[in-house]
Design a protein around this ligand. Structure first.
Ligand code: RIB
Length: 301
């Protein structure tokens, strides 16, 4: 089994600010750091660090070399990453003292995926291989449809959610990993977490669903047995929440693929996400498997 993450690669320009800007406000930042990031790149790195043979597909533009290097240093196969003309995808991130952030995204080369690239890439994969997708590149409907024809296990993290995503062939997705806002947008109503999970599951009865709830942890529902599994978050000092969701996603899928045990996958993913929020940056903060398994953390009360 191998995993392909077809997704974004971003240069993250992170500005430390005393608080996240209010409309019309001008505020001096106290520091600026440049990190490799992008939901796709982060999730590829989490998968690879969790011990899965991982390939990344996507596009980089000008100044994107550091993104390629970061993937390679983390053990990700980059043969399907293309260099295109124009700017690489990038972000402007405000990181406030509490560790919370907000992100402005510039698509750049992430929006330059071609049908030919999709076909060339997918030719290398077969039934039972995992495909991990987020919502920061173009042509996602085509990737989903072609991967389903091959019989790949399609995992979608519908982030950041937008109106276009609602028209994607979501019925072909095997595993959703999403937060409450994304789930509410997809079902079209505001519901408490467990009801939301069950409603989403009746809309996509073939899919396994992981609903992440921030401070409240995460829930998992597989319609086959109808049981809701739960897991809390581990208690750490929060420094930077960037890439927490991506790390959770990568580690959840890697652990599920290895153990077929969703409860264990929730536990390992929560540990990895806790480690990420306890240090700065996106991709560079993603822990290796040995660290996740050796850390001793307690669940937050
Ligand atoms: O999920 C975090 C990521 O979202 C950042 O690395 C940024 O690039 C955006 O894609």
């Amino acid at each position: 089994m191998k995993a392909l993450c077809f997704g974004s690669l971003n240069i993250d320009y992170v500005y430390d600010v005393p608080h996240i800007l209010r409309p019309g406000e001008t505020l001096a930042s106290t520091n600026r750091t440049i990190y490799p990031g992008g939901k796709g790149l982060n999730q590829s790195i989490a998968l690879a660090k969790a011990g899965i043979r991982t390939f990344h597909a996507g596009s980089i533009g000008e100044e994107g070399e550091l993104l390629l290097e970061m993937l390679q240093e983390s053990g990700v196969d980059t043969r399907f990453v293309r260099m295109v003309e124009g700017l690489s995808g990038h972000t402007v991130i405000q990181r406030e003292t509490s560790g919370q952030n907000n992100i402005i995204l510039y698509g750049g080369s992430n929006q330059a995926i071609t049908e030919e690239q999709i076909e060339e890439t997918l030719r290398y994969f077969s039934s039972g291989d995992y495909l991990l997708l987020q919502n920061e590149i173009n042509l996602i409907p085509s990737i989903i449809t072609k991967a389903a024809e091959i019989g790949m296990i399609i995992v979608l993290n519908p982030s950041p959610i937008d109106q276009k995503l609602l028209a994607y062939p979501l019925e072909l997705v095997d595993i959703f990993i999403l937060n409450e806002i994304e789930a509410m947008d997809i079902v079209g109503s505001e519901l408490p977490p467990k009801e939301l999970l069950r409603t989403l599951s009746s809309k996509f009865p073939e899919a396994k669903i992981v609903l992440t709830l921030g401070e409240e942890g995460a829930l998992h529902l597989d319609r086959e047995d109808g049981k809701i599994l739960e897991h809390g978050i581990f208690d750490v000092d929060v420094v930077d929440t960037t890439a927490a969701g991506d790390t959770f996603t990568g580690y959840f899928i890697a652990t599920l693929a290895k153990t077929n045990d969703p409860q264990e996958a929730l536990r390992v993913a929560s540990l990895a996400a806790a480690l990420v929020v306890s240090r700065p940056g996106a991709a560079p903060s993603i822990p290796a498997e040995e660290e996740v398994f050796s850390i001793n953390l307690h669940l937050k009360e």
